[in-house]
Design a binder for this molecule. Structure first.
Ligand code: UT7
Length: 324
């Protein structure tokens, strides 16, 4: 009998403060029309001074735990995907272990794979559950991307936002996570990166080195090609025809990238979960936010076949086929 992982709860959280495209017109030379036409983004959420990445993740995770109706003490694995952790160490996952009251002595760690982080975290948790390393896992994508944004750079500041999403996984004899596929190609670092990290030393901390640097148009082209390939790879590996997919739940970076993937799948846009308009690119948080949104509003139903896909800094990319 195959043992695997099944989603038993989802949750998400967006900070209260809404920043519209019109507000950004006052900061940089841009327009609501340009942002909507080129990205599909209408507004984004921004944390207040008191909120951290871990705080957002805690609320999303608590909502997933409440949806599943389980005792937090039974959660023996937490994997957090983030590129904006609260601190260098302990990990954001260790912080959640404390604030959520999950099993002391369980496993908790963060993974860093930028916008593909949630798929990476889901894949790692799935492997733990398949191999007996844990029985109940919390997978969280949480980001405060606005803290690493240069608000003078119109090429990036209009794109990103803050938020968190989470799924709770149980070990199951009827696995829901059917397959996951992960890839990375470090040669593309110069197209999308944040120059500074603690490993470089404080002498290397210059102006703008803590902000996202992106050659957007070049990223866009690679993203479209790569996501098309990963979709084909996932379906072929699982022996599933593209017409069997009920819902595409993509990373929410740009509506045009999402539309290109949906076209490849021959999936009409009403079978694609699109939330980018409401929160922009929330990096590792975007897939679990979209998933939770469509689960709670009743679009996604139990037993439907879902395809998750993401692309981000590294470059990293990945996909997951999920029977919900
Ligand atoms: O999460 C994974 C990583 N990130 C992504 O997947 C993002 C990938 N890239 C993109 O989504 C798109 O490339 C962008 C939305 C960043 C840009 O859209 P684009 O259609 O590729 O535009 P572009 O970079 O080719 O720029 C077109 C024009 C340029 O002006 P000129 O040279 O034609 O006069 C830019 O200077 O648009 C200009 N531009 C802007 N204009 C108004 C660039 N940013 C803005 C802006 N407002 N915010």
């Amino acid at each position: 009998m195959t043992t695997g992982a099944r989603i038993i709860g989802t949750g998400s959280y967006l900070p209260e403060r809404v920043v519209s495209n019109q507000e950004l017109e006052a900061l940089v030379e841009t327009s609501d029309q340009w942002i909507q036409e080129r990205t599909g983004i209408r507004e984004r959420r921004v944390v207040d001074d008191t909120q951290s990445c871990g705080d957002l993740g805690q609320i999303a995770a608590q909502r997933a735990i409440d949806a599943a109706g389980v005792d937090p003490k039974t959660i023996d694995l937490i994997v957090v995907a983030t590129c904006t952790p609260d601190r260098i160490f302990p990990s954001t996952a260790s912080g959640l272990q404390r604030t959520l009251g999950t099993q002391p002595g369980g496993v908790a760690f963060d993974v860093a794979a930028a916008c593909s982080g949630f798929i990476y975290a889901l894949s790692v948790a799935d492997r733990f559950l398949r191999t007996g390393g844990a029985r109940r896992a919390l997978v969280v994508g949480t980001e405060t991307m606005t803290r690493i944004l240069n608000w003078q750079d119109r090429g990036t500041c209009v794109l990103f936002g803050d938020g968190a999403g989470a799924v709770l996984l149980d070990v199951s004899e009827t696995p829901g996570i059917l397959s996951t596929h992960l890839h990375s190609d470090g040669r593309y670092e110069p197209l999308l990166y944040v120059p500074w990290g603690p490993g470089r030393g404080y002498a290397a901390l210059g102006e703008e080195s803590g902000y996202i640097h992106m050659r957007g148009n070049e990223v866009f082209k690679v993203a479209v090609n790569t996501l098309t390939r990963i979709v084909e790879e996932s379906l072929a590996a699982a022996g599933i025809d593209k017409h069997e997919v009920d819902w595409l739940v993509p990373h929410q970076a740009n509506i045009r990238i999402i539309q290109a993937t949906a076209k490849k799948l021959e999936l009409p846009m009403d079978r694609v979960v699109v939330t980018v308009g409401e929160h922009g690119n929330t990096s590792a948080a975007s897939i679990p936010i979209a998933l939770d949104t469509a689960v709670r509003d009743g679009r996604i139903q139990r037993d439907e076949l879902l395809l998750f896909e993401a692309f981000g800094g590294g470059f990293t990319w990945g996909s997951a086929l999920v029977r919900y």
